[in-house]
Design a protein around this ligand. Sequence first.
Ligand code: 13P
Length: 334
Amino acid sequence: MSIEQLAETAQALVAPGKGIIAIDESIATIGKRFAGVGLDNTEEHRRRYRELLITTPRLANHISGAILHEETIGQKTRDAVPFPKYMTDHGMIPGIKVDLGTQPLAGCPGELVTEGLDGLRTRLQAYYKLGARFAKWRAVINIGEDIPSGTCIEVNAHALARYAALCQEQGIVPIIEPEVLMEGDHDIQTCYEVTEATLRSVFGALYEQNVLLEGTILKASMVLPGSRCADQVDVEEVAESTVMCLKTAVPAILPGIVFLSGGQSDEDATAHLDAMNRLGNLPWPLSFSYGRAMQQAALAHWAKDPDRNFAKAQSIVFERARANSLAALGQWEG
Ligand code: 13P
């Protein structure tokens, strides 16, 4: 696989006005989302719901790719078209979540490490054959009393870099996602410092492990006050803090940065992205790779009557994609 092909895929993922839809929830996590709207977590419900999302008419106008779960990449539409083929035929790039989730980090109470490196090369070869051209690995950094530790940041950064190097070896663009969680009562300055330290460690590890930045995408969390912080801030402050933090820690050669929504409301996730892009003078495209902020309104509507509400739920997905696409251009009007 050539460097040019990796770079081309990375650039296509963040083409102007395009973002990614994250639909890679684990079976346990989608179960929680389904339970919230009164749906049973059956394989057919998961298949049908992912079909609804992927086959949304004209989705590719605003969406460059979708991150699938391992189960989903092997599933088919009702007309028996494999999901990755459907996506490729309709101008979207199939992606795959390859980490195996988090486990408590031994020796570091309250902290997590992401697992899934053993056997990853073989799994990537299989995903490539199924059509995946990009992947995702999510590391989780918790903010709390005396955490994160340097150890937690370092081991997660090291694992992200090992994953990224393996992906590139197999012709797959790695999305590296070090998520600094919103949960907590910390202020925005604390989030800024933790995010900066995390990004510096991640890009240091990528450099040490010979990861090609031109063929890598960063999936970042925004710099926000904790969800229980008394001192919430306005949209402009989030936008300015996030862009400043990224500019200090992320090399300009990176093809693009996409954000996770992390539990923000649909409106906030869109408004923050739009405000960042309106700042202008950015070294990289800033776009979205939202899960909840792309899906939650559509899921709630679909669940009320899955047969009758299928098309309407798709139009809700399309509207979220369109709004976030405008925000990625700094042209969202609210
Ligand atoms: P949210 O946008 O719901 O945070 O999900 C994005 C994601 O892929 C988290 O890993």
